[in-house]
Design a protein. Structure first.
Length: 142
């Protein structure tokens, strides 16, 4: 029997996932994290991007988009806290492309510094969603 750890993924609105897993991967601001049971303690800021994990007893990874947040790792418990969490299969490519175009346009206009920073954050999130969609397509084909 493989060793497991418990994963909780929580958004601002609801608990998205809670259960035993074998491994989890996340995009932190410092780079990609790979976490397995008995991992050393860790607290890191998440970058907008992907969180993927393998539930106990399954062969396939589950994929989620997070719009940033925090990941806390204990030897047998991993907690992901994020404002936005979307199941990868629920991502809307057309909406992400539209958000990217709006953000790029707002950055070109550069009315106020606050508007530019907001547009830049929106651009980063839209690009992360599009990257996840592209990677999933590649995984399905390959």
């Amino acid at each position: 029997m493989a060793m497991t750890m418990h994963l909780d993924i929580v958004s601002a609105e609801e608990s998205i996932f809670s259960g035993p897993i074998n491994e989890v991967y996340a995009s932190s601001v410092a780079g990609e994290l790979g976490i397995f049971p008995r991992h050393t303690q860790l607290l890191s800021q998440l970058a907008p991007g992907e969180v993927r994990f393998k539930p106990e007893g399954k062969q396939e990874l589950e994929h989620y988009y997070v719009g940033g947040g925090i990941i806390e790792v204990q030897p047998h418990i991993v907690t992901v806290l994020a404002d936005t969490v979307i199941r990868a299969k629920d991502l809307d490519e057309a909406k992400a492309l539209e958000a990217k175009q709006r953000a790029e346009e707002a950055m070109r206009e550069r009315r106020e510094e606050e508007d530019f920073a907001r547009a830049q954050a929106e651009l980063i999130q839209a690009e992360a969603q599009l990257r996840l969609i592209k990677n999933l397509r590649r995984e399905i084909k390959g």
